[in-house]
Design a protein around this ligand. Structure first.
Ligand code: DON
Length: 612
């Protein structure tokens, strides 16, 4: 039996109480579930990629995992709104997508309510009180490349539980215990491991092995988990239950906090009880920009982009890029001129990202200048539409608003880190009333620090998103600056960029992605595909992606691009390289005519959209 089918059967059983509850609600009999599920993993083969989005009239959830999407839909069917649903999804993914779903990490949630209000919830991790600027340098003064990535010293103070609790209290309608019920059930009774998870855990074996709790839970005591096995996580279930009944305070000041700090004390970590007790999620102003898009998909609509402010670098980068591309006639990704212009835009935006961005609570970030249309025009004018630039000569610009002169701009500090690893997860939710949530959260790279707390959850390695050493090239060949230096209480710079588009003032598209710096490109391309090129929701996700991050000076193309296109780009001077996948965008569009929700999960990860 295919693993996914088996998983569906077990899902039916493990969520049986849930289904019973669902059936009990008045409207359930008339609702039909619309799900996107090919029945077998399709991510490797484009031929099998689904072509059409899932259409549904009421609510829609798009995540990496069937069990995650299912949990979110069930909460809405019980009367919860999109925020209740998103919190349920996040807790469920913390159980069923251990590489990225988490309670030991952090993230962002962009909320837009049907009444037009919008807010950005920042529950990014912070550096512990004992963190220090040079903590990842060895005795020889050189960066120890593993220290900020593996083990207890790489862990920043987790923010997820505080953030989800804040989201629920501020915008939700249900109790924590209600929205956590699916996650608790999945952790306690277990879920069936599919082929992808089994392979992933095998791949991570060497790095998980040294950590006793990780080895016991995720490597099945060394015997490994195989497709069809059931993964039960009793310690995680117990932790989730304590949080469900006592609230986020349990995680930050209760037994869970004490367990985590004991783990730290025994294993060389530096997080203290005081760090946990002082962790504060923040509600921030949403970054906004307006466009009247030209191009093949344009019908004269006015668009508003609602996106992520610092400590995300992504919102600023996307607005700067869209500003630069405002008057560029984009045709699509089989048109070399369009790819050229967007790649050159990415190069410049990433040079600015590298230089200027950090935690705006502590360092000054020129947000107004970077997102200003006059500045964008000035930067766009440096692009040669026929020849690739060289990143050796493209540097960060001098961001300024139309009102201020270029000379008044603060000069760029040195370059910052883009040290991000391979896995994070983004999900989107829209409910029947039109409330919407875009959320990206992470442990940083897959399985974070690879260390699992005795309380049963994997711990992040988000400290690696800070600058370990100014001026030294990091894992990605980038040099780094003080703007993102390690300091107690600071949030490391992120690329995560949950984003929502409005069309003529109405909800239109909910998007975001994992992928380290590629998050920005993947999210931006999904926006261009929907807003500028008029693609339908699934086509906007399936379309081939590309990425340029200034340094290294290479244009990364997904396999979906033809050799002919690659040669055309090379003849213009681009150094190209291929990569299987860039980002994993789980998005939801709204059909402007019917109002239907169009769930478009990313086939690159065999994501699942479910609506009703
Ligand atoms: O916050 C960030 O930008 C990174 N920690 C995200 C890492 C990531 O996306 C890795 N995944 N695919």
């Amino acid at each position: 039996m295919p693993a996914k089918k088996f998983a569906r059967i077990v899902l039916r059983e493990t969520l049986s109480w849930f289904v019973a509850l669902t059936l009990a609600v008045q409207f359930a009999p008339v609702l039909q579930i619309h799900a996107q599920n090919s029945g077998k993993p399709s991510s490797g083969n484009h031929e099998n990629w689904r072509r059409a989005a899932v259409r549904a009239p009421h609510g829609m959830v798009a995540t990496d995992e069937q069990l995650g999407s299912q949990a979110g839909v069930e909460i809405m069917k019980r009367g919860g709104n999109a925020i209740d649903s998103a919190v349920a999804v996040a807790f469920a993914l913390a159980v069923v997508e251990p590489a990225a779903g988490n309670i030991g990490g952090g993230g962002f949630m962009l909320v837009r309510l049907a009444n037009g209000k919008a807010a950005f919830l920042d529950y990014r991790e912070v550096a512990p009180g004992k963190a220090a600027r040079d903590m990842y340098l060895g005795a020889d003064g050189k960066v120890d490349p593993e220290a900020s990535l593996i083990g207890y010293r790489s862990v920043a103070v987790p923010g997820t539980v505080a953030g989800l609790d804040l989201a629920l209290k501020t915008y939700g309608t249900m109790k924590l215990s209600q929205v956590m019920a699916p996650a608790i059930q999945l952790a306690e009774q277990g879920f069936v491991v599919d082929q992808r998870l089994a392979k992933e855990l095998e791949r991570e074996r060497a790095t998980l092995e040294p950590f006793a709790v990780s080895r016991r839970i995720f490597l099945n005591d060394g015997k490994l988990l195989h497709a069809g096995d059931t993964l039960r996580q009793p310690e995680l279930a117990a932790t989730l239950k304590r949080v469900a009944s006592r609230g986020a305070a349990e995680f930050y000041r209760g037994k869970t906090a004490r367990m985590l700090v004991d783990d730290m004390a025994h294993s060389g970590g530096i997080i203290s009880l005081s760090d946990l007790a002082h962790y504060t999620p923040k509600i921030r102003e949403v970054l906004r920009a307006k466009y009247t898009a030209g191009g093949p998909g344009s019908d004269g609509s006015t668009w508003e982009v609602l996106t992520s402010p610092p400590p995300s670098s992504g919102g600023i980068a996307i607005i700067e890029a869209l500003n630069m591309l405002k008057d560029v006639p984009l045709q699509g990704w089989d048109d070399v001129d369009s790819v050229h212009m967007v790649a050159e835009t990415m190069r410049r935006v990433f040079a600015d990202r590298a230089a200027y961005l950090g935690d705006a609570d502590f360092v000054s970030v020129p947000v107004a200048g970077l997102t200003d249309s006059c500045y964008a025009k000035e930067v766009a004018a440096t692009i040669d539409p026929l020849h690739a630039s060289s990143s050796k000569v493209v540097h960060a610009g001098h961001p300024h608003t139309c009102a201020a002169s270029r000379a008044s701009a603060t000069p760029a500090p040195m370059v910052v880190s883009l040290g991000e690893g391979p896995h994070t997860t983004h999900f989107s939710v829209v409910d029947g009333a039109g409330n919407a949530v875009a959320s990206t959260y992470t442990l940083n790279n897959s399985y974070g620090s690879h260390a699992t707390s005795s309380a049963g959850f994997l711990l992040n390695d988000e400290m690696d998103d800070f600058t370990s050493q100014p001026g030294a090239p990091n894992l990605f060949g980038l040099i780094q600056s003080e703007a993102n230096a390690i300091a107690p209480g600071h949030r490391p710079l992120s690329s995560m960029v949950p984003t929502i588009l409005l069309r003529d003032g109405k909800l239109s598209f909910v998007t975001g992605s994992p992928g380290g710096p590629q998050i920005i490109s993947a999210t931006m391309l999904s926006i261009i595909n929907w807003m500028r090129l008029g693609m339908d929701a699934q086509a906007a996700i399936n379309a081939p992606r590309f990425h340029h991050q200034w340094l290294p000076d290479q244009l990364v193309l997904e396999e979906g691009f033809s050799d002919e296109m690659e040669r055309a780009l090379q003849s213009r001077g681009f150094t190209t390289t291929r990569r299987g996948h860039i980002g994993v965008v789980n998005a939801i569009g709204i059909d402007p005519k019917s109002g239907e929700r169009l769930g478009a999960a990313d086939p690159r990860h065999d994501g699942v959209a479910i609506g009703y």
